[in-house]
Design a protein around this ligand. Structure first.
Ligand code: G3I
Length: 362
């Protein structure tokens, strides 16, 4: 009898642990204080830590050493986009150029990293043969369908998730006018119909891939994130294959505001409630200068955004848009700004690196 009660007690305890709220995910998010790398610290939290990368920098020893050791994921900054990967018309003997994307996938595989795909449907980096081809909507639909099939089939089981559609909404929540939507569009209909079509084509091609919608300035509760939320809720209700939302998080020190950070947390919470996986996909914190005070303020904000992800069980990815100030899009786009990433332009860790590490490891 005594043995019976002891066995029962043990079983009860196990159940309690196993079925505590939130432990349905792969084990509780435990800290790893002695983690030597971002990757180790993130793995203990069941979070993937990623960086956007470019194949032409893989020949730089420090670039490859840091990318291959500190990150568990990479994403092509440009080489999987429509223009770079499909530069010539389908009538050409070689419409596609997979060289750069293949090199990044090979690098990831040789460093036990995963690869996230970016992006299949976007209004930018559309090649001239498409933009100036004078194609009708049905022709554009065939081109886009063929593109999604070809690119996703090539990287099936090598790319675990895709930004299928990127930046389809204006800041006021209306649909952005694009070649894929209404100029002339692919003839899928108004509103989010063309996003639905693209997601269905993507799912048909690689049912194993996680499919994302990705956007910027939708971190907080606002008209754009409301429009994305309405779309996601509708898609989930009707079984449209949408698995997650990507929040780009290209920010500056202005984002270190309790109201903005709380709004980001609430926004992630409502999307999580729809059963969606959440990714922070293009994080960088741009500065006006690299003074010690700016670097310290930057580190504080990186730490806070990392903690937002750690505290939201649906947040599975923290990715920076590049990782060294030596190779960052910021100075070219935000004149006079820069210094936005975790390593400086001499591949030295910045205070921001320690902040992300500690937020993951504490
Ligand atoms: O590859 C060509 C090269 O052959 C040519 O000599 C050179 C000079 O014109 O241009 C090179 O292409 C550039 C490409 O980056 C690769 O470096 C394009 O001009 C340039 O416009 C492109 O910029 C990229 C930008 O997207 C395009 O909109 C940035 O590197 C990239 O960081 C940026 O990434 C986007 C995300 O995809 C979506 N979210 C916002 C983010 C920042 O804009």
């Amino acid at each position: 009898m005594r043995h019976f009660w002891r066995r029962t007690a043990t079983a009860a305890l196990l159940c309690a642990i196993l079925f505590l709220p939130g432990s349905a995910s792969p084990g509780p998010r435990t800290a790893q204080p002695f983690a030597a790398t971002l990757r180790q610290a993130a793995e203990a939290r069941h979070i993937t830590i990623g960086a956007a990368a470019a194949s032409r920098y893989l020949t730089e020893a420090e670039y490859s050493a840091i990318l291959g050791s500190e990150f568990s994921q990479l994403q092509a900054e440009n080489e999987m986009k429509f223009g770079p990967i499909h530069p010539r018309p389908d009538t050409d003997p070689n419409p596609y150029d997979f060289k750069g994307a293949d090199a990044l996938v090979a690098f990831a595989q040789s460093h036990n990293m995963v690869v996230r795909g970016h992006t299949l449907v976007w209004h930018n980096q559309v090649p001239d043969w498409v933009k100036k081809g004078g194609y009708s909507a049905p022709q554009l639909a065939d081109i886009l369908h063929g593109h999604i099939k070809t690119v996703m089939a090539r990287y099936a089981s090598k790319v675990y998730a895709w930004d299928v559609v990127n930046e389809a909404f204006n800041d006021d929540g209306t649909m952005r006018d694009t070649i894929w939507y209404d100029q002339p569009g692919i003839g899928a209909g108004t509103g989010t119909k063309y996003l639905e079509q693209a997601l269905r084509w993507a799912h048909e091609t690689d049912p194993g891939a996680k499919l994302f919608y990705n956007d910027y300035d939708a971190e907080e509760l606002n008209k754009k994130s409301d429009a994305i939320y309405a779309m996601a809720k509708d898609f989930k209700a009707r079984g449209v294959p949408l698995d997650g939302i990507g929040f780009q998080a290209h920010v500056g020190l202005y984002f270190d505001d309790p109201a903005k950070l709380a709004s980001f947390a609430r926004n992630m919470k409502r999307f999580a409630k729809l059963g969606l996986e959440l990714h922070i996909t293009e994080l960088d914190v741009r500065l006006n200068d690299s003074s010690p005070a700016s670097l310290t303020a930057q580190a504080k904000l990186y730490g806070k955004i990392t903690t937002l992800c750690v505290l939201q069980p649906a947040c599975k990815l923290l990715q920076t848009w590049g990782f060294t100030d030596r190779h960052s899009w910021i100075p070219g786009f935000f004149k006079g700004q820069g210094w936005a990433l975790l390593w400086d332009d001499k591949y030295q860790k910045k205070p921001a690196y320690a902040a992300v590490h500690d937020a993951l490891a504490k």
